[in-house]
Every structure is written in structure tokens, then in C-alpha cells.
Design a protein around this ligand. Sequence first.
Ligand SMILES: [Zn+2]
Length: 455
Amino acid sequence: MVVHAVLLIALALIVVRGMGGGRSLSIDAGMTDQVALRDFDQNTLETNPSEANTEASETEVVEIKIPFPESPTLGAPSESTPQFESTVRAASSSDLRSMTNLPAGGGMEGRSSGRRQELLEREGGTAGSEEAVKRGLEWLAAHQHEDGSWWFDLRRGPCRGRCRHSGTVGSSTAATGLALLCFLGHGETPEEGEYSEVVRKGLYYLQSRIRFTAKGADLQEGTMYGHAIATLAFTEAYGMTQDPTFRDLAQSAIDFICAAQGPNGGWRYSPGQPGDMTVSGWQMMALHSAHLSRLNVPHETTTAFSEFLDNTQLRYGALYRYLPEEEEEKPSPTAIGLLCRMYMGWPRTVTPIREGAAYLADLGPSRTDLYFDYYATQMLHHFGDPHWESWNEKMREHLIRTQERSGHEAGSWHFGDPHGDQGGRLYSTAMAIMTLEVYYRYLPLYDTRAVEFPY
Ligand SMILES: [Zn+2]
């Protein structure tokens, strides 16, 4: 019986070939009701043998990309496949062929002043959380150097060491990129908003730090972290302004990321090294943002990164390790891995995503590890309830409570996790601001209500 069922599944239709970004499936044209994901526990593959068509293997096999998450079937699990949503039924294969291989949701349309307030209320923010974001942005603006840069080292520049917890990392592209992401996340652009001049100067500074190479625009200043964060600032600036200068810079910086991918499909501190999950997470955020802005992200890059995720996962994709060769899962890599899986097209109803969300919710929020909190908050926001509401309330109130209220530090944060020591107060503040911007910074991935582009 088991052999028979496995044979039917194998013969019928559904051959999953990794997932180039979104799921890239080879699926038989005659059969669109069932989706099997290679990585998952066989127990979760509750296909009904009576529905399988053994003649299907003789019919034309077409390659499709799941139209995720815009499919109208989202949120309505298929009755015939209780563990999975069939996201392919609604569209014809010709529609599917024309779709790109990463999901198109999770965009930046919620940042405009009109949408921001609406989303803040709808997604679980409060007047208090928004005030905290504004105080944070004020602190960042006050710590921008004359030339538009930010530095983790607070002993120099306008702070002159008046704030405690200077960071030790030397990369000004990472520091400037992080600060810019906070402003961009709040809808501030070089053209619009209270901080337009701050953003314009910051982007201009980043532009001045580019090393143009044969493999694209290099913004590393010593680390691929810095490169990815600065690239993300350019892709977001382009997505929000449609300014062709940013488009060219962003595309060139994205090209550099693709060229720097390691042999295991991930990224590490230097180009070409076998990747780890945390450096890879930032590259993936940049690639996803580029994809949303219709920049070119090669299929091979996302396919290779899928393989990296496959080799780093445990429990069929519910948990993730820092490196493929490590034994145990870790909290931050799990949050990053799950978020990448969602960006790359895994429905939120599949077992590994649900198990992973429960794992994150059980762990936190952390009181000190803002790196974990930042990714887990995004993952759980996209995932939604039953975990989001309770996580959000704890996370939001913890950050509001721990923000500095007096002196030069007013509006900033510092947490003593390992990243917090290296990046210091500037890093902690940027991560806290972006965590509190979660309500509108990226639209919910699985929300079909979010479709307009005010930018
Ligand atoms: Zn200061």
C-alpha cells in the first residue's frame, strides 16, 4: 500500500525541483490539484491516491512558477490536500509561465504616509510604538556625519562620545545602510518627508563609497554584511522613487551579490566563501527587494540559495542551522531560514512553516538578542496568528520600555548581545526601529489586499 502510494505520487505529476526562489515546479498539465514539496515529511503528503492519474506521466510536462502570494486561493486551504494549499489551480499554465520565480508580495507600498497609519493600526502597532520610532529616527538624524555617513564608532562625528556603547565594526557602508533602511522603512525618501535631506545625503555618501568592479558595484568595506545592507538601501530607494540612478546602482550591487555567492549557495564575510545563514539572510533580503523592484535576479542564484536552505534545514524545513555542517539548529538562523522560505514561496500553511513559527514563538521574544527578534518578528508578522498577537505585544512593549529617554542617548537603544557589542548603540537602535516598523515596512506576504503602488 505504501509502495503503491509512493509510486503513484512519483508517477503522477508532481516533481518538485528545489525552488528557484518561489517554488519552481515541474507539474503535469493535467493535474493541478496537488502540490508535493520535496523537503517535507512523507507523512505530510496526504495526497489521495484515487485522484492520482497514472497516465499523467505521458502527457506534456510544463514548468510553472507558483503565483505566490497573489493567488486568489491563498488563505483557503484545499480540501483535497489538507496540509497544503494548492496555489496553482487558479491560473492557467500560460499565466504561470510568465510569472517571475519569487513571490511578489511583501512590498514597500505601506510606507507612504496615508497607508502607514492605517497599517499601523491594522497590524498591531500603537501610538506608543510609532512615537518610539520617531524618537529613534531623531536620534539617528542627530548622529549623521556631515558627509552623510553613519559610523558604529560614536566617539567621532556629532556624538563625540556622549552616548555610551560605541561599536567596533569599521564598515561605514553597513552603518550608513542600516540607518538609511530605518528612514526608508518609515516612508522617508530623498524627495519626500521630514528627513528627505538626511536620506539624500546618506544615499549620496553610499554612492561615493562604491568600488566599481568587473563583477558589479562593491560596497563591502570589509564585509558582505555591509555590501548587502547598502545594496538593500539602494534597491529600496529605487523601489520607492523609481529614480533611474538608483536603479543602475542597485542592479550593479545586486550583480555583485550574485557573483559573490559561495559554492554552497550561501554567502559569507568575503565573496566566494561557503555561506552561513546570517550573512546569507541579508543578501536574500536585498535580492527579494530587487525582485520586487523588477531588477534582474538570476534564476540560478535563487536556485542555488534554495539548495543552501535545503542543506541547512532540519525537520523538513522547520528549523535551520548556522552552517550546513553544524549539528544543531539555532534560533536566529531558524528565524532567517523561515523568512527566506516564505519569501521564496512556501505557503504559511505547510507543516514546517507552522512548526517553525511555533518554535520561534516559544523561544521569545528575546530580551537581549535583537538580531533574533528582528527576523522572528518579521517571520511571525507574515505568519500571523495564533502566534503573532502575543509575540507582537511582548516585543512592542519591551522595545518601548527599553528605549533611552534622557541625555544624548534619548531615542536610542542598546542591547548587550554579541552583535550589539560589535555594532554598538547605532546597530541596536537601527534594529529596534526596523522591528517597530514591522507593521508597515513590508506588506504582509500573504495578504492579497495589498496591491496598489503609491510610489
Ligand atoms: Zn550620541
